[in-house]
Ligand binder design. Structure first.
Ligand code: SAM
Length: 314
């Protein structure tokens, strides 16, 4: 009872309701929320503190950035979603907030696309400096081994390397990417490698024009940390995945190399296994296997990656 009263008191204010409404769409930093709400940073921080203290919100640190999100605790989510269901979404302030949120998302996507269009030609060499390709590719293929692969999808295909290594094991492969420059390198790489059963398409991986449950294997290799909304990419993969299929994600584990955000368009500094597990859980998916992949031989310059095998919950 006390907890409910505390939460209701915290939510019972217009700016705080607006904060809950935008955070329902996306995890955001204080400075992004400040832009959306058009209020001073100290004021927004005070509202956020009240919401966090009440248990409605959670904050988490990632390098120098602090993100806020709707609490994962079930009773708190029920309160937040119950309240937001009662809100009139055509309220002008909420509509303005949604527009600004979309603007911020587009800006982040544009920045990432510009980075990849500037680095498309040299991507394969940048890629191999970040993690040990050979070890990861070998484990990725081993994890995929028993899955039937009629249709294979590679989300965020970049230069098409993952399509290339899966090509001989699948009937048909399709790679999706937002960067035209990356796709043109992918097309020529596939052609040079003599791969004829795989194609690439321009698309945001958060919204792919394919029917539900069409894919037997989906890979998302080193892409989520560039995504503005990584949870949405997992959600879309869950929609596309056949009930007996496998989603294989390779991405960085949490690190604190802030320069990757500034110079290499990373939006997130890696992902904790608990975060990926929570996102999967919310989308009716389950992590059936997880492995940490370290550089072999150990190399202080490289980052540690995780490999997740994800299936549909029965
Ligand atoms: C680091 S590269 C990895 C490419 C490839 N998977 C590999 O391992 O070589 C990340 C790729 O994800 C793409 N990407 C990032 N966000 C995307 C999105 N929302 N939709 C489609 N592609 C995206 C980028 O354009 C880039 O080509």
């Amino acid at each position: 009872m006390n907890q409910l009263l505390h939460a209701l008191r915290a939510a019972g204010e217009s700016t705080r309701l607006r904060i809950l409404a935008v955070l329902k769409q996306s995890e955001l930093t204080v400075s992004e929320l400040t832009r959306i709400l058009d209020q001073s940073q100290p004021r927004v921080s005070r509202h956020l503190k009240l919401l966090c203290d009440s248990g409605l919100l959670e904050r988490y640190q990632e390098g120098a950035w602090v993100f806020h999100r709707i609490s994962d605790r079930e009773n708190m989510q029920d309160i937040t979603h119950g309240l937001l269901d009662l809100i009139d979404l055509s309220d002008p302030a909420l509509e303005r907030d949604q527009k600004k949120l979309q603007e911020i998302r587009r800006e982040k996507t544009r920045l990432a696309a510009r980075y990849f269009s500037e680095h498309a030609a040299e991507w394969d060499s940048i890629r191999s400096r970040m993690v040990s390709d050979a070890a990861i590719e070998r484990r990725l293929l081993e994890f995929a081994d028993n899955a039937k692969a009629d249709l294979f999808l590679d989300l965020g295909t970049g230069t098409g390397r993952i399509l290339e290594i899966f090509a001989s094991r699948v009937r048909k492969g399709i790679g999706f990417d937002l960067s035209r420059a990356m796709l043109s390198v992918a097309r020529s790489n596939l052609e040079n490698a003599g791969v004829t059963n795989c194609t690439v398409r321009l698309s945001d991986i958060c919204s792919i024009d394919l029917p539900d449950a069409c894919a037997d294997i989906i890979t998302i290799h080193q892409v989520l940390h560039y995504c503005d909304d990584p949870e949405q990419a997992i959600f879309e993969s869950g929609r596309l995945l056949h009930p007996a299929g496998k989603l294989l994600i390779v991405d960085l584990l949490p690190h604190d190399l802030e320069f990757l955000r500034e110079r290499h368009a990373h939006q997130r500094l890696g992902f904790a296994p608990a975060t990926i597990a929570r996102w999967c859980e919310r989308q009716g998916l389950t992590v059936s296997r997880h492995e940490t992949l370290t550089h072999d031989p150990p190399d202080r310059q490289s980052l540690t990656a995780g490999l997740w095998e994800i299936t549909k919950r029965e």
